[in-house]
Write a protein that binds this ligand. Structure first.
Ligand code: ATP
Ligand code: MG
Ligand code: MG
Ligand code: MG
Length: 339
């Protein structure tokens, strides 16, 4: 008997398009001999589309006549063995959908409510990981309310970190809303942008003028494994949205050409973080490595990383000997494992 998988994709966040690309890769890869996969697109307004509209959005069918009233209700997730919320960002990767799926009793791929929420919020991640001794850059939390009513306090908080610094919405991904402020004159625009996307904003000291960027994949539930370490290289000042998603602007190097002890430390720190944040299934954990000083900082934890066949996470596991099809099969199995 085949495993019935419901693949949730799209979603309400700024990473809607990225999620659709990941879903197309997963759909093509889950072996038909073992799986029966139903994709379901959540549109930008948060509506769960029916089969015909989903097929139209994913480009898989001619049938585009179905009205939006064909939308599924969220409770129609019944009847599947495993749900895969292949969603990024708010209302997808942040524990909200995971909370709903938990209530339905369904088995689902990836972290639960706590792991998803704690990893999505960059400030919460830093607080949890500081408690287990994981090295991270200095940061300040600022709120929209403070920016409205006491902007001088926000400027003082920013000034205490020095420049350049990074201004980020606390709960987003794909570099959406992130600015590199070279000096105090860049703060106003950076903060306005970040606060247009989130109530909480994190200000971060730069790891260095241009740190090396290392990433590692974690796979498993209570006995997680770390993949080889990968490195991203690009010309831009930082890994912004355009650099991430424009063909040819960044390159992946697996394994990362770093000293063996650096790779070992990255994998250890990533496993510590995965456990401390109560992650499950998978996560891609990103680091900054300052070659000149040997400093290593954990940047962030992505509980549902980009998942196209050319994305870093599947590539890291491919380097470990696990093909894309084997990886997606393993993730569905992990979802069904008792924890
Ligand atoms: P993802 O798409 O991986 O989920 P994200 O939107 O969560 O990314 P970050 O990884 O936090 O964003 O930051 C995006 C990029 O900005 C980093 O890859 C790096 O190039 C740069 N960057 C962010 N914070 C810092 C920092 N403190 N020091 C140096 N560079 C930074
Ligand atoms: Mg992220
Ligand atoms: Mg992300
Ligand atoms: Mg990142």
């Amino acid at each position: 008997q085949k495993t019935r998988v419901l693949l949730l994709c799209g979603g309400q966040s700024g990473e809607h398009a990225v999620s659709l690309m990941s879903a197309q890769s997963v759909l093509a890869a889950l072996p038909a001999s073992h799986f029966e996969v139903t994709p379901l697109v959540i549109d930008a307004a948060g509506r769960w589309l029916g089969r015909a509209d989903t097929a139209r959005v994913l480009g898989g069918a001619q049938d585009s006549a179905a009205p939006v009233s064909s939308e599924l209700r969220p409770y129609e997730v019944a009847g599947f063995d495993v749900i895969w919320p292949l969603l990024h960002g708010p209302n997808g990767e942040d524990g909200t959908v995971q909370g709903f799926l938990t209530l339905t009793g369904a088995a689902y791929v990836g972290s639960g409510v706590l792991g998803s929420a704690a990893s999505m919020d960059k400030v919460m991640t830093k607080q949890v990981l500081a408690s287990v001794g994981v090295p991270q850059v200095e940061y300040r939390l600022v709120t929209r309310q403070a920016w409205r009513s006491a902007p001088e306090s926000v400027r003082i908080a920013a000034g205490s970190l020095g420049y350049p610094q990074f201004v980020k919405p606390a709960n987003l991904g794909s570099s959406v809303g992130i600015s590199r402020a070279a000096g105090p004159e860049d703060l106003e625009a950076a903060l306005d942008l970040a606060f247009s996307l989130d109530r909480r904003v994190i200000l971060e000291a730069a790891a260095s003028h241009k740190p090396r960027e290392l990433e590692v994949g974690i796979l498993g539930n209570d006995a997680p494994q770390a993949s080889p370490v990968g490195e991203l290289r690009f010309e831009a000042l930082f890994y912004d949205y355009t650099t991430k998603y424009t063909e040819g602007q960044a390159s992946m190097h697996i394994p990362a050409p770093v000293p063996a002890e650096v790779a070992i430390r990255v994998r250890e720190l990533a496993l510590t973080a995965f456990k401390a944040l109560d992650c499950a299934g998978l996560a891609r954990i990103d680091f900054f490595y300052v070659e000149e000083t040997g400093e290593l900082y954990l940047n962030e934890v992505n509980t549902m990383p980009g998942f196209t066949t050319t994305s870093m996470y599947p590539k890291l596991w491919e380097a470990a000997g696990l093909s894309y099809a084997e990886l997606v099969t393993r993730l569905v199995e992990l979802a069904q494992e008792e924890r």
